[in-house]
Design a protein around this ligand. Structure first.
Ligand SMILES: [Zn+2]
Length: 106
C-alpha cells in the first residue's frame, strides 16, 4: 500500500481514475491475482487494457495529482481489501439457521 507508483499509458501519460473504463479482478479460486484495468488515454486517444499484480496494486495509483496532494485529509485509516470482501462473501454463503438463532439469544 505504501508504494505510490503509477500506471502509465504507452505514450507516457499517467492514467488516473477518470480515464478508467472498466476495472475488475482476475480471481484464482477466491483470491484475486490480478487487477484488470481498461482505460482510455486522454492524451493519445487510445483505449488499452492492463493487468497489474494484485500484490502490487494500490488504488492510490489512479489518484490525480490533486488527490495525491490532499491525501491524508479525511482518508480512512485502512481500506477494505478485496480479499476481505471475498472472505466476507464466503462466510455469508455459509450462514446457517443456527447462526441466526445464536444472534437472537444475545
Ligand atoms: Zn496514451
Amino acid at each position: 500500500m505504501a508504494s505510490q507508483s503509477s500506471i502509465l499509458c504507452s505514450c507516457g501519460h499517467r492514467i488516473t481514475r477518470q480515464a478508467v473504463l472498466q476495472q475488475g479482478y482476475v480471481m484464482m479460486r477466491w483470491r484475486p491475482v490480478f487487477v484488470y484495468l481498461q482505460y482510455h488515454c486522454p492524451r493519445c486517444n487510445t483505449t488499452a487494457e492492463r493487468l497489474i499484480d494484485y500484490d502490487k496494486w494500490d488504488p492510490a495509483m489512479l489518484e490525480t495529482d490533486e488527490e495525491r496532494r490532499n491525501a491524508g485529509e479525511g482518508q480512512p485509516a485502512t481500506r477494505i481489501t478485496v480479499v476481505e470482501i471475498a472472505e466476507f462473501s464466503r462466510r455469508l454463503q455459509r450462514i446457517t439457521h443456527r447462526d441466526f438463532e445464536a444472534l437472537r439469544c444475545e
